[in-house]
Ligand binder design. Structure first.
Ligand code: S3P
Length: 182
């Protein structure tokens, strides 16, 4: 884990950012339990709000249509308190989103490309919910991880490499980071 607990005035929100398959949703739930907070998955909020899957939105409106909705949802979520929020992997692409995220504490979950590819292949929701963003497969993951790393880093308080860690281990580490050791 790399980062510092450097504080400043922040909203009582923790955002989990990072590429698909890095465990954001599971860790959000487990970490919220440790903090005694609630948790949400921003993509699930988006799908419920518009009554469509992300794949349907991509098919009908393309990626720009999806990104507009993603930004609107993030703005709404920033009015919450005491929530851990798992965000979609591309939330960091827009500068306004990065600024919004920085209002809370931001945790970047990462993993190596091969691990992410293996996890996504094992995840039944992948095909139904996750449209290809570039060429697909391991190549897409390698390309986008590299492209996006500076944007993830730009708004991150702490980064955790989840390649060899279970979601429970990641949540325990982060709980300690945010609350201090018991
Ligand atoms: C995306 C990741 C997805 C979802 C959309 C776009 C991305 O979220 O927001 O398909 O650009 O990486 P997950 O990271 O939860 O899979």
């Amino acid at each position: 884990m790399t980062g510092s607990a450097g504080q400043g005035q922040r909203l009582p929100l923790v955002f989990l950012i990072g590429y698909r398959g890095t465990g954001k949703t599971t860790v959000a739930r487990l970490l919220a339990g440790r903090l005694g907070w609630s948790w949400l998955d921003a993509d699930a909020v988006l799908e419920a709000k518009w009554g469509q899957t992300i794949r349907e939105i991509f098919d009908q409106e393309g990626e720009p249509g999806f990104r507009d909705k993603e930004a609107a949802v993030l703005e709404e979520l920033c009015s919450l308190e005491n929530h851990v929020i798992a965000t979609g992997g591309g939330i960091i692409l827009r500068e306004d989103n990065r600024r919004s995220l920085r209002q809370g504490r931001v945790i970047w979950l990462t993993a190596d490309a091969q691990t992410i590819w293996t996890r996504l292949q094992q995840d039944a929701a992948t095909a139904a919910r996750r449209p290809n963003l570039a060429q697909g497969g391991l190549d897409e993951i390698e390309t986008l991880l590299l492209q996006r790393a500076p944007w993830y880093a730009a708004c991150t308080d702490v980064m955790v490499d989840t390649t060899t860690k279970s979601p429970e281990e990641v949540a325990a580490l982060l709980g300690e980071f945010l609350l201090g050791p018991n």
